[in-house]
Design a binder for this molecule. Structure first.
Ligand code: ITT
Length: 223
């Protein structure tokens, strides 16, 4: 359900501070339901030349989302919304966490494509969880969103979680949608399907990104 419009002067557009095209698709779909008319522009649209990606040196999702939102807002001169997200696995002490996107190289850039990284990350998780029982393979996707203005001031923050379990080698990877760890991540009351097997609109109703966006949408309306 869209939120009722309460403030005529509410912020009505942001630049999405991400190089991940899957996040752009999910965020546009989610915000178009929550805040119809709210415009989400891509980085390529907001800057004439590609901007360097800021190093994500934070120890938390909030620190990294803030680094990205502030860096891109200053560089584009426009309000920017950043998403820092990842998978926390209890049996791995919360790893891969903030290094989710480069887990296969312990957080380092190694010149791999996004899809090469995704499959190497997934393989590492499956290997590390070998021998762990289904009940102990619990975890969650976490998403933290931050909006910063062009002066670098943080205007809003929000956090959402999506609980599930990591499937076993042989049972997963499975599914044709989503990205990253979705093909490993079993969801629902029976943990019988991966978030990659959900159709995109179902994932966008349940996900960590959706929960963070719901909080953020309320704040955006009051800005
Ligand atoms: P930007 O920093 O440019 O936004 P990124 O993909 O590097 O892009 P993050 O540093 O936030 O973004 O890392 C997020 C990683 O966490 C992502 O690459 C996936 O491996 C994982 N992840 C986050 N949300 C996910 C989701 O909805 N489904 C599957 N994996 C997800």
């Amino acid at each position: 359900m869209p939120l009722p419009v309460r403030n005529n002067r509410a912020m009505n557009q942001v630049v999405l501070a991400t190089a991940n095209p899957h996040k752009v698709d999910e965020m546009r779909a989610i915000f178009s339901e929550l805040l119809p008319g709210f415009v989400i522009r891509g980085l390529a649209d907001a800057a004439p030349v590609p901007l360097p990606e800021p190093p994500e040196t934070g120890k938390t999702f909030l620190e990294n989302a803030t680094i990205k939102a502030v860096a891109y807002a200053r560089a584009t001169g426009q309000a920017c919304l950043a998403d820092d997200s990842g998978l926390e696995i209890d049996a791995l002490g919360g790893r891969p966490g903030v290094i989710s996107s480069h887990y296969c190289t312990d957080g380092r850039e190694a010149g791999m494509t996004r899809s090469q990284r995704d499959s190497a990350n997934n393989q590492r998780v499956l290997t590390e969880l070998r021998g762990v029982s289904p009940e102990d393979r619990t975890g969650r996707f976490v998403c933290v969103m931050v909006i910063a203005d062009p002066t670098g001031k943080v205007l809003a923050t929000a956090r959402g979680e999506f609980p599930g379990r990591i499937g076993e080698d042989g049972q997963v990877p499975r599914g044709a949608h989503g990205f990253g760890y979705d093909p490993l991540f079993l969801v629902g009351p029976e943990f019988d399907r991966t978030s990659s097997e959900l159709d995109p609109s179902t994932k966008n109703r349940l996900s960590h990104r959706r929960k963070a966006a719901e909080q953020l949408a309320r704040i955006i309306q009051s800005l």
